[in-house]
Ligand binder design. Structure first.
Ligand code: NAD
Ligand code: AHE
Ligand code: ZN
Length: 369
C-alpha cells in the first residue's frame, strides 16, 4: 500500500514528505495507521548524524499512537481496530531480560531494530524501489507503519491520541525514571537538569512521589513557568551564576540532593548532576542521550563517597504491561499530558517542529495525519 511519510534521506537535511510503498505485515508483525506522533529530541539527535545507530534513508518517529489495520501470521495480542502505542522498548515476556524481573530492556527485536530492520532482517518501507530503514522499531513519521507485535501496547479506545502519543516516549520516560529507576520517596530532594518534555515529566513524577524540594534547572528561563506548574519549588538558570551549577545546588541544599536527573544529553551536565548528589547516598539518573564518541567522567572520589550513577531507558517501564494503565491514569487526570502539547501541525509542517525544538520554543509538537 501507499503511505504519506516524512523521510530523512540524509543526516542534517530537512525531512522530505513523500509517498512510500509499505509491504504487508509479515509473521509476528502488525500494520498500524498512526494518527498522531510527537517529535522527541532523540529524533533530532538521530537526524543530526550523532547517533551511532543512525542509518539513512529512514522514517524517524517513535512517540506515536494509532490503530491496528492488519495483522500478520501468528499475531494474537492485537486485532484490527485496536488502539495502540508503538514501543521502542519491546516486551516479549520470554527473553532473559523480560523474565528477570529486573529490567524493561527486552532483547527480542533489539538487534535488528538497531540496524533499522524488521526482525527478519528486511524493511517494509520502500521508495522508488529502494528500501527505506525503520527507526527504533516504530517509524511513526509514516501514516502507515509496520511494527513487531511485541512492540505494541494495546490501549483504551477512548484515549485521546493527540495526548497519549506522548506516553510512547517523553512523559513515560520522565515519570518512570522517578518511580522505577530512582524510586523517589516522600520528602526527598530532587534536581532536574533540562526542562523539555523529559525533565518536566520528571518533575510531574517527583510531585506524584511527594518529593520535598524540586529544583528545576535550564539555560532557557522560558521553561520555568511550566516547571513551576508541574511542581518545581526552585528554578535556576546556570547562566545567572559564575559558580559551577553543582556548587550552586550544593549550597542551596547543604549536602546536595537525594536524586538528580540529567534530561539534556550533555556529558558535562551529566557530571554536574552526579556531583550535586548528596554525599553518602545521593543518586543521579542519566536520561539524556549523548552523541557518538562522547564519554562521561568524574573523580572516582565522587562515587567512593557514596554517590550512585544510574541510567534509564523508557523510564524502566514495560510497555505492554504498564502503558495501558498509564493511559488510564492520563484519562483520569492522574497524569497530565495536555500542558506538554505546545504545538500541533500536519505532517507537511514537520520540519517546523524540529525548528521549534531547536529554538527552545516548544515542549512537544504533535503531528497529526
Ligand atoms: P528538549 O530539547 O525538549 O529539552 C532539553 C532541555 O534542556 C531544553 O529545555 C534546553 O533548554 C535544556 N538545556 C540544554 N542545554 C542545557 C544546559 N547546558 N543546562 C541546562 N539546560 C539545558 O529535549 P527532550 O525531548 O526533553 O529530551 C531530553 C533528552 O532526553 C534528549 O537527550 C533525549 O534524546 C533524551 N531522551 C532519553 C530517553 C531515554 O529513554 N533515556 C527518552 C526520551 C528522550
Ligand atoms: N542509539 C543510541 C542510543 C539512543 C538511546 O539511548 N535511546 C534511548 C531511548 S531515547 C528515546 O527518546 C534508549 O532507550 N536506549 C536503549 C535502547 O535499547 O535503545 C546509541 O548510542 O547507539
Ligand atoms: Zn523519545
Amino acid at each position: 500500500m501507499k503511505s504519506r511519510a516524512a523521510v530523512a534521506f540524509a543526516p542534517g537535511k530537512p525531512l522530505e514528505i513523500v509517498e512510500l510503498d509499505v509491504a504487508p505485515p509479515q509473521k509476528g508483525e502488525v500494520l498500524v495507521k498512526i494518527t498522531h506522533t510527537g517529535v522527541c529530541h532523540t529524533d533530532a539527535f538521530t537526524l543530526s548524524g550523532a547517533d551511532p545507530e543512525g542509518v539513512f534513508p529512514v522514517v524517524l518517529g517513535h512517540e506515536g499512537a494509532g490503530t491496528v489495520v492488519e495483522i500478520g501470521e501468528g499475531v494474537t495480542s492485537v486485532a484490527p481496530g485496536d488502539h495502540v502505542i508503538p514501543l521502542y522498548t519491546a516486551e516479549c515476556r520470554e527473553c532473559l531480560f523480560c523474565t528477570s524481573g529486573k529490567t524493561n530492556l527486552c532483547v527480542a527485536v533489539r538487534a535488528t531494530q538497531g540496524k533499522g530492520l524488521m526482525p527478519d532482517g528486511t524493511t517494509r518501507f520502500s521508495y522508488k524501489g529502494q528500501p527505506i530503514f525503520h527507526y527504533m522499531g516504530c517509524s511513526t513519521f509514516s501514516e502507515y507503519t509496520v511494527v513487531a507485535e511485541v512492540s505494541l501496547a494495546k490501549i483504551d479506545h477512548e484515549a485521546n491520541h493527540e495526548h497519549v502519543c506522548l506516553l510512547g516516549c517523553g512523559v513515560t520516560t520522565g515519570i518512570g525514571a522517578v518511580h522505577n529507576t530512582a524510586r523517589v520517596q516522600p520528602g526527598d530532594t530532587v534536581a532536574v537538569f533540562g526542562l523539555g518534555a523529559i525533565g518536566l515529566a520528571v518533575i510531574q513524577g517527583a510531585r506524584q512521589a511527594k518529593a520535598g524540594r524540586i529544583i528545576a534547572i535550564d539555560t532557557n528561563p522560558s521553561k520555568f513557568d511550566l516547571a513551576r506548574s508541574f511542581g518545581a519549588t526552585d528554578c535556576i538558570n546556570p547562566k545567572d551564576d559564575d559558580k559551577p551549577i553543582q556548587q550552586v545546588v550544593i549550597e542551596m541544599t547543604g549536602w546536595g540532593v537525594d536524586h538528580s536527573f540529567e534530561c539534556i544529553g550533555n556529558v558535562n551536565v551529566m557530571r554536574a548532576a552526579l556531583e550535586c548528589a548528596h554525599r553518602g547516598w545521593g543518586q543521579s539518573v542519566i536520561i539524556g542521550v549523548a552523541g557518538a564518541g562522547q564519554e562521561i567522567s568524574t573523580r572516582p572520589f565522587q562515587l567512593v563517597t557514596g554517590r550512585t550513577w544510574k541510567g534509564t531507558a523508557f523510564g524502566g517501564v514495560k510497555g505492554r504491561s504498564q502503558l495501558p494503565d498509564m493511559v488510564e491514569d492520563a484519562m483520569k487526570g492522574e497524569i497530565q499530558l495536555a500542558p506538554f502539547v505546545t504545538h500541533t501541525m500536519g505532517l507537511e509542517d514537520i520540519n517546523s517542529a524540529f525548528d521549534l525544538m531547536h529554538d527552545g520554543k516548544s515542549i512537544r509538537s504533535v503531528i497529526h495525519y
